[in-house]
Design a protein around this ligand. Structure first.
Ligand SMILES: Cc1ncc(C[n+]2csc(CCOP(=O)(O)OP(=O)(O)O)c2C)c(N)n1
Length: 805
């Protein structure tokens, strides 16, 4: 019986005695830890003689010693203790190693738990399997050195440091039974994302969310020097985390078995605290105020249990233990002898039987079946994914009888659809945004759900409560990471953000794409809900802001890095947006970027046409051109993106009216990934369709939402790609009128008309006059906006005459 007082919620919990170790438990914990440490070192060093059946020789050593020892014993120590807790309580838990470079420790844990052999039958849980386990680590054809996609039980690779807490918090949102153990490296704790992510508890509701137990792994050093938190007075460190609202539990030392006893007691205290909080919130008299969630600070030496000093220089407890402490084993007999002594210090003969299988005292520390952290279905969230109950997106359509008659805020329609998704899926959908839900016109969701917030509320606060499930935190890193953790454990969501600031978390987008791409190669990894991003408040219409808010860079990042799992959609209007969104919410294991502005904009297609257009990915808009289906028009005007689509249609209108002999075709691209060749991207349109749209040889003036280079990159290898003249965002920005933005970036209707004339196959009479008319218009524009501070009426009030459609 453990009674714990945590903040203001008190309720004695009936728990097994976690705080005190029996002799058997201690023996088992210690044996498991020794076995795991042995297997960790073996993975880094050994290609043969895995269980030291004979004296170690140079030929037993791998040619390249790759991996990280320093963090590993601490990670294993924590893992062993959490496993004991799980075995005693039946708690569902997953383990996220912030310092994911401690990969061999987590791989070893999976092997000891038997999951590894279940997942990879060739890596058996016996001597031959140990041999394979060692050889495959950090080896060609084997597995990478981090806690990667290949590692059973992992949703967090931990290669790029800083995201362990955001992933952990996301994993427990709407996942009330899960406890996510998040080990934070003290070096990792210096990163911006990690520093910002302690705030997760301000958004975690113990009634409907699970729990995160952060364990700050304060082993003192990073790659080559001390960590900030290690050198601060412990009182300051404690105050820092208490200031974040945590109930801080500290464990310090290296003595054994003392550390086992103290850590068991700390974990017991933390767990009692968590269960007290949850039971009070779910069944008791919780007052709705944020509880003080526990946080453990584990101070133990880096490289714990490793060689104390090498060549007279201290290693354990210093940064020198970070990677491979005895690196000269192949050349230096003394190092080889030390390595053997180090390996034998774990007494492998007591840990593995004659067949190389872990002995019962080791196995006794493993939880049963699915409760083993390496086997947790939560970490293979696709198996838990429940379909979204999606409304019929057509219910939110805007009526469009004729193109470009009336402007509408397209994202507002999406907001209505999201509200209905919330209504139907209260426990498996979240919209995440850095404080921009209303700004991005998605506020309809507030009819169904408040914003989540666990801190003090004031009378002026609107639509914000602990019960809320709309996530608003002014941190792209938090939003991104939470949605990653949320979707990797089987739930759905949308990250809506200002386009320019999606670059803040661009690195996370890349990392997540890598994860999904690698996961696609592993049959045992079930597909997870896609990572959906709405990029809005775009470069072209950031009316209240300026140059800092104008940057379409994420498109470029995504298409450059991980094309295969990436999808980029540029719906030109509300109906296309709804169709695209529906498609994205149904998809699995992709990174879907949807790019559309929030400002009122022209609507082009009725819902039937929008669905067809989006299904094709790109099509000719006959009503906008005048080539009447001719095989070869004089020029193709192509566009991708809302604002540039309007400029393109307006340019085509000018050409139709002022140079009718010129045959113009208008092509709109909504699925950017339809542009590459099919062999370059799964969405790539066939060459036949490409020729149908863009012809074989007619010049194409392409108005693009993002940087022009993106289109050139995508059409590489298409027939005569040189004929594409791409205009797009060329880093000309400021706070100015909407049309002035297009002029500054030379993608205005007048620029497009001039491009069309200059690149067309023919030069009809009147071309020169129209060129000069366009120049005059641009001059008029400059003068008008400076004088009147808004766009010329003919631009501002532009619509497409109905008879034109
Ligand atoms: C964002 C990022 N920057 C730099 C690195 C390179 N790096 C790998 S490990 C490491 C030190 C990590 O120290 P800590 O988090 O304390 O982990 P531990 O000491 O437990 O290994 C660094 C800087 C990285 N992986 N990610």
């Amino acid at each position: 019986m453990v009674g714990v007082q945590t903040g203001h919620v008190t309720a004695p919990q009936t728990l097994p005695d976690l705080a005190h170790l029996t002799d058997d438990e201690l023996a088992s914990l210690d044996a498991w830890w020794r076995a795991n440490n042995y297997l960790t070192i073996g993975q880094i060093y050994l290609r043969d003689n895995a269980l030291l059946r004979r004296p170690l020789t140079v030929s037993d050593i791998k040619p390249r010693l790759l991996g990280h020892w320093g963090t590993s014993p601490g990670l294993s120590f924590i893992y062993a203790h959490v496993s004991r807790l799980i075995a005693l309580t039946g708690q569902e838990a997953i383990y996220l190693a912030g310092p994911g470079h401690g990969g061999p420790a987590l791989v070893a844990a999976g092997w000891l738990e038997g999951t590894y052999a279940e997942t990879y039958p060739q890596v058996t849980q016996d001597e031959a399997g140990v041999h394979r386990l060692f050889r495959q680590f950090s080896s060609p054809g084997g597995i990478p050195s981090h806690v990667s996609v290949t590692t059973p039980g992992s949703i967090h690779e931990g290669g790029e440091l800083g995201y362990v807490l955001v992933h952990a918090f996301g994993s427990v949102m709407d996942n009330p039974d899960l406890l996510s153990i998040a080990v934070v490296g003290d070096g990792e704790a210096e990163t911006g994302p990690l520093e910002g992510s302690w705030k997760g508890i301000s958004f975690l509701n113990p009634a409907h969310d699970g729990a995160v137990l952060p364990i700050l792994h304060l082993n003192g050093a990073k790659i080559a020097g001390p960590t900030v938190l290690a050198r601060k007075p412990p009182s300051e460190v404690r105050a820092l985390f208490e200031g974040h609202g945590y109930h801080v539990i500290e464990v310090t030392g290296e003595d054994q078995p003392g550390m086992h006893h103290r850590f068991a007691a700390a974990l017991a205290e933390a767990y009692a605290s968590i269960t007290t909080i949850q039971q009070s919130a779910r069944h008791g008299d919780w007052d709705g105020v944020r509880p003080r969630w526990p946080l453990i600070i584990l101070r133990s030496p880096k490289g714990w249990t490793g060689p104390d000093a090498i060549d007279g220089i201290k290693v354990t407890g210093t940064w020198r233990s970070h990677q491979v402490p005895l690196s000269g084993v192949r050349e230096n007999p003394e190092h080889l002898r030390r390595l053997e002594a180090w390996l034998r210090s774990y007494r492998p003969e007591e840990l593995f039987d004659e067949r190389g299988q872990p002995v019962p005292v080791v196995l006794a520390n493993n939880p049963r079946s699915d409760l083993r952290m390496s086997a947790s279905p939560h970490a293979n969230g696709g198996v838990l994914t429940r379909e979204l109950d999606l409304p019929d997106f057509r219910d939110f359509a805007v009526p469009v009888d004729h193109p470009a008659v009336e402007p509408r805020e397209s994202t507002r329609q999406l907001g209505e659809m999201l509200a209905e998704i919330y209504r139907r899926n209260p426990d498996r959908f979240r919209l995440l945004s850095p404080d921009e839900t209303n700004s991005n016109r998605l506020g309809a969701v507030f009819e169904v759900s408040d914003r989540a917030f666990m801190e003090r509320l004031e009378p002026d606060d609107v639509k914000i409560s602990p019960q809320g499930r709309v996530m608003e935190v002014l941190s792209e890193h938090n939003c991104h990471g939470w949605l990653e953790g949320y979707s990797l454990t089987g739930r759905h969501g949308l990250f809506a953000t200002y386009e320019a600031f999606a670059m803040v978390s661009a690195s996370q987008t890349i990392q997540h794409s890598k994860w999904l791409e690698e996961a696609a190669h592993l049959p045992w990894r079930a597909k997870v809900p896609s990572f959906n991003v709405l990029l809005t408040s775009t470069a072209w219409r950031n009316d209240h802001n300026g140059f800092s808010h104008q940057g379409p860079g994420l498109i470029q990042v995504v298409i450059t890095h991980r094309g295969n799992v990436s999808r980029v959609y540029l719906p030109p209007d509300a109906n296309c947006l709804l169709s695209v969104a529906d498609h994205c919410f149904r998809s699995r294991s992709y990174v879907n970027l949807i790019v559309i502005d929030k400002q009122p904009q022209m609507q082009w297609l009725n819902m039937t046409d929008a669905i067809e257009h989006c299904a094709r990915g790109a099509s000719v808009w006959e009503w906008a051109g005048n080539d009447d289906g001719d095989r070869d028009p004089d020029i193709v005007l192509a566009c991708a993106g809302d604002v540039v689509t309007m400029e393109t249609v307006a340019a085509a209108q000018i050409l139709r009216e002022r140079l009718p002999q010129l045959k113009v075709r208008v092509v709109n691209v909504v699925d950017l990934m339809a542009l590459p060749r099919p062999k370059d991207h799964p969405h790539g349109m066939s060459e036949t369709l490409f020729r149908e749209l863009f012809t074989d040889s007619v010049d194409v003036v392409f108005a693009f939402h993002g940087f022009p280079g993106a289109v050139h990159q995508l059409i590489h290898g298409r027939p005569d790609a040189d004929r594409f003249r791409v205009r797009g965002f060329i880093e000309q920005g400021t706070t100015t009128t909407p049309f002035d933005m297009t002029v500054k970036n030379e993608v205005s209707r007048y620029h497009l008309v001039m491009d069309a004339i200059n690149n067309a196959g023919r030069t009809p009479v009147g071309s020169a006059d129209l060129l000069s008319w366009c120049r005059t218009k641009l001059t008029e524009h400059y003068a008008y906006v400076v004088e009147h501070l808004e766009d010329m009426p003919e631009i501002r009030d532009w619509t497409l005459p109905v008879r034109e459609s």
